[in-house]
Design a binder for this molecule. Structure first.
Ligand SMILES: Cc1cc2nc3c(=O)[nH]c(=O)nc-3n(C[C@H](O)[C@H](O)[C@H](O)COP(=O)(O)OP(=O)(O)OC[C@H]3O[C@@H](n4cnc5c(N)ncnc54)[C@H](O)[C@@H]3O)c2cc1C
Length: 449
């Protein structure tokens, strides 16, 4: 066991999904892992201020669920025990898209789970806490990543507890899972290095969410509903998923100023104006269990750390600190878990290298590009709305037409339906759509149209 260790101590900044999964990946390769979190971490699955997005629907893609099971064997059973609701892919969520209200519902042969974000996070946190060599340090805010005087090597972090006392924690590796990557960017600035280039897709998304008790007369045809607007004119959409405790969480939202209000009546009126009445009809007489929560998400952001010539040894940003996606596509937690699996594989692979920690960040940045390509190209579908800011891909019109024809094919053919869901769940890359036989079939559909 000792021979496989690559360092004495690793510090992870942030106990969100990226931080917890990274801690899981690091545990067998360091003597000790310290996760430093500014919030009090609740023992019950309740909200905390450091992750305000947790009040909104958090769909866990199947790729994410599998990645979590790889990091924490038995995770799915833990989630089921915590009350998560099983969802059969293709069948249990009614999907409403223009031209398909609903899209054909079919059992595609695999299942996932729906649960609140606090429940998912707490389930992962319990597994991290069970590692004897891992410490979760709560109410401790990292104020600075520390580096050697020449800025080439990261040596630890400085943090401040809730009574204002400052402390230094030394580390061979610091993983920045703080969500925004502000500490990594501040370090690069302080050592005179340029920040990574940034690609953004401006969407000005406004979300509002409310929790309801599932009424006795709820539809038995579905457990959740996803309603899309008609691009480019109608950006409104809704997603309602079941939660543990026989509840529904309904999130509705729109873009570029068409955002839902924060009062109960306004919420219902906005839901009534969605392209279909399914969500409104389901919730209008349902018992509201919480106040309306709102969230503004201005843009998807991708930081190109892979383009930097040099990067301090012993530092690794991860999760949202590298890439934040439009949450509508439900990708962030799953990408974070997939990145942690990549980190785990790299630690194994680099274990015999002369200086594994020096090689870690550059290798991670290079190899995670393949992992991010599909979710980022999904986020780029936002260019279907003309107000979207950013660099519209050159072939975007063709991409849109291809997507419409592919959807028609998926409605007719269960095998293509399955394939599109596998891509949406990040089980397969979008490049599978370049298969020549599939391309031929899609082009034939485009010609029919
Ligand atoms: C409205 C909304 C809805 C979303 N819906 C989905 C969804 O349906 N499905 C999905 O997979 N993803 C969704 N996401 C994305 C998802 O929440 C994140 O991508 C995912 O949780 C990974 O985030 P993270 O751990 O990198 O960062 P965060 O979740 O932001 O966690 C960062 C953690 O670091 C802590 N922290 C920050 N600074 C410091 C500091 N200086 N010192 C100590 N601690 C610090 C914070 O308190 C927090 O605990 C959604 C996001 C939003 C905004």
């Amino acid at each position: 066991m000792t021979s496989t260790l690559i360092g004495k101590q690793a510090v992870v900044i942030g106990a969100g999904m990226a931080g917890l999964t990274a801690a899981g990946a690091l545990a067998s390769r360091f003597d000790h892992v310290v996760v430093v979190e500014r919030d009090t971490l609740p023992s019950e699955p309740t909200y905390r201020s450091g992750t305000p997005q947790a009040r909104h629907v958090h769909g866990l893609l199947l790729s994410g669920q599998r990645a979590l099971s790889e990091l924490f064997p038995g995770f799915e059973q833990d989630l089921a025990r915590a009350g998560a609701v099983p969802l059969r892919a293709g069948l249990d969520v009614r999907v409403e898209r223009p031209g398909y209200d609903p899209f054909p519902q079919r059992d595609l042969g695999w299942s996932g789970y729906a649960a609140s974000r606090p429940t998912i996070e707490r389930t992962v946190r319990r597994r991290v806490e069970s590692h004897a060599n891992t410490t979760l340090r709560q109410r401790s805010r990292v104020t600075e990543v520390l580096a050697s005087p020449d800025g080439t090597v990261v040596t630890g972090v400085r943090c401040e507890n809730d009574s204002g006392a400052s402390e230094t924690i030394m580390a061979d590796l610091v993983v920045d899972a703080s969500g925004r990557g502000a500490l990594t960017l501040a370090l690069l600035q302080s050592i005179g290095r340029p920040p990574p280039e940034e690609t953004t897709i401006g969407i000005d998304l406004g979300y509002a969410t409310c929790i309801f008790a599932v009424p006795d007369d709820a539809s038995t045809d579905w457990k959740g509903v996803m309603t899309f607007g008609q691009a480019p004119g109608d950006s409104r959409g809704g997603l309602m998923l079941p939660l543990e405790g026989n509840r529904w969480m309904a999130t509705i939202g729109g873009r570029h100023g068409d955002v839902p209000p924060g009062d109960a009546e306004g919420f219902l009126n906005y839901a009534r104006a969605l392209r279909t009445p399914t969500i409104y009809n389901a919730i209008r007489h349902a018992k509201r269990l919480d106040k309306i929560a709102r969230y503004g998400f201005p843009e998807s952001v991708r930081l190109h750390f892979e383009r930097l010539d040099v990067f301090p040894r012993g530092l690794l940003p991860i999760g949202d600190a590298i890439c934040r996606f439009n949450p509508v596509y439900g990708q962030g937690m799953s990408v974070a878990a997939l990145e942690a699996c990549l980190l785990k594989r790299l630690l194994e692979r680099l274990g015999d290298a002369p200086d594994p920690i020096a090689e870690l960040a550059p290798t991670f940045f290079a190899e995670m590009q393949a992992l991010i390509e599909t979710p980022w190209s999904v986020a780029a579908l936002d260019f279907a709305f003309p107000e979207t800011r950013g660099q519209r891909p050159a072939d975007f019109e063709i991409t849109l037409k291809f997507g419409i024809a592919l959807t028609r094919l998926a409605a007719e053919d269960p095998a293509i339906h399955r394939l599109t869901l596998e891509v949406q769940h990040l089980l397969k890359p979008r490049s599978v759509y370049r298969d020549p036989t599939l391309v031929q079939r899609v082009f034939a559909k485009m010609a029919e149209a």
